[in-house]
Ligand binder design. Sequence first.
Ligand code: MOS
Length: 757
Amino acid sequence: MTATAPPAQSPPAGEALGRPLRRADGREKTTGTARYSGDHAPAGLTHAALLGAHIAAGRIRALDTTGALAAEGVRAVFTHENLPRIAAQPPLLPSLAGGPAPGQTFFPLQDPEIHYAGQPVAMVVADTWERALHATRLIRVDYEEAPSATVLDQIRHTAFEPEKIFGGLLPGRATRGDLAAGLERAEVTVDLTFTYAANHQNPLETCTTTASWEGGRLFLYDSAQGPAATQHTLAVLLGLPHADIRVDSHLVGGSFGCKAMTWAHPALAALAARETGSPVRLALTREQMFTSCGHREEQEQRVTLGALRDGRLVALRHHKLSPTSHFDDWAEPSLEAASQLYACENYEGRYLLARAHTMTPTFMRCPGEATGLFALESAMDELAQRTGLDPLELRRRNHAERDPVTGKPWSSKGLQECYARGAALIGWERRAAPPAREGDWLIGLGMATAAYPIVPPVNPQRAKARVFADGSALVQAGVAEFGTGATTAMAQVAADALGLPVDACRFEGGSTDLPNVSAAVGSMGASYTGAAVHAAATALRAQLIAQAIADPESPLHGARAADVTLAGGRMVLRDRPETGESYAQLLRRHMQPDAEATGSWGPADLTASGSSHAMLTFGAQFAEVAVDADLGVIRVRRLVGAFAPGRVLNARMAANQLMGGMLWGLGQALLERTFMDPALGRWNNTSLGDYLVPVNADVPEVTVELVEVHDEAVNPLGVKGVGEIGQAGTAAALANAVHHATGRRLTRLPMSLEDLL
Ligand code: MOS
């Protein structure tokens, strides 16, 4: 006999929301039976493999594909000389639901120009992937190489201020107040420059697309965060009606941003399948993942803080310089939440870009804020030092009661409580004493504020709900499950809205045949899809209650809708719960197999509530480190994160995501770095053996604390999102702890022991 209480897998009907239920897809994933997008194999499947350019700039003088074409099993070889031209290239715009979302505005295999190393120059189709890959090595390419520049040090003199960045969605410069006057008034000034290595996302499942054509219609299995984004992009690239493209992205093996936008490989797979007349699966190699789906760009950020002697900020200048491709003005939006974090009247944020021979950078874990808050929160720690204030007290003195950018009130905040709870959990009062030393180890404590933007939807988010005569329910929306737990959380949302036990509800997503929702990016998945599912399930419940009321044979006949509620899985009279019936009883009596409703939530629903508020998710990060006094080795002893993410749909999965984010922050701080060889113009460490990420042995004691805030403005469920904020501020908390331990201000990510010697 075991004394362990069984997990709460079957909460009472209507009480599933927030419960720490286990993942619906957990068993199949951990037992190896899950079928990921790359596991689907239509009959007659063939395999494509890409050959990437090994120069970073220049052009192809000549290609010889004879050897590849003669190799065993090879069906076709495509190069710019024979691949059909794309119909049109959509503009770069990260509108991941309303339209195409190409990751860059350059499409390969259309002309002989080379813009970056790894750019596809040939695609082989063969009967097996191994044979296709082998044949790519038999292709002879004669290049005319041109000088390349791939790192900031080579191109900083060419920097320019773009009018817009981020697909035109953000201005290159933002100001408020009078920065010069603020700096003039300042009694204490901090001016620090931070540098960041380039990073790659490295999900476990590499990007894979399987394409087949039937009667002029294109079917894709695509490993993507948003199947609709793939559909829209391919419609433009191939000149096809949307209705003739179906994209399925059921289970996706991780992404971290690199599968948010639609890159070239889905269209290449579709073209190869059309030209050869057979289904084609195009799987990128691990090495190709470093040159095919974007990266977090190398960058430099300079933060200048001006403050009064009591610590109150009077000036904040934040500039970012980063390389982008030769065809797109992309910068990860690092200055956004950082510009809203503190009450400071005088501000200037500027993005500067310089063109490099790389592909266009893209989203990566906690895009923008992971880097922007490292700079701001390290500078704030330095300001605390210079003003002699406790770092937490400095933050409190600059707490923004309203959004300093728009002057609007926050939809909800909870930051002060995050500070208080995090400080109590890490034992922040210890920081007042001189830093401890244990043998060779110098012990330090650090903290940082965390924040992540909430982006309102640009178009309606839709879902469909059905209840069947057997009493079960199915809710559907097009969102992909890439490990966030959407499948489980959406069943919980539906169960509560329908008043059913969660075991009776199933969520299905991952196809463009289902109602359209945005790609799950930027921490918006739970709020967007959750609001749509809630709307659909609520509409269905109202419809069935109305049907019962109108039914002379129903115990609820003639009741007022307002007097009917759901209890114990049945529609009942609010003040006489013994009077009522279940959905199943109602449907069976009418020999009606099911009932169905759609629901949507979008910009119009937000106008009333959301536009009057500023929306940001807040949190606080605390870290304890030990630094070897002689060797500079940094060991993380403890991480504490307190977050106020609004309504939590599933406590277990929310904590998992937040903890995962904190550990990615640890990786950003201490490990993650892609090395560019500027002489060759190529990434050097393109394998999971050489690109370091945290593993279990790196993981310290991690505490995730959820601070409750009630938010009525963000969406009907009050969900603010947990996807990214776990990483926001983590690296700064760690660097600040290192500073506390050693007195050394580290301004380079990842931090390494040579920085401490
Ligand atoms: Mo997320 S890194 O915005 O896909």
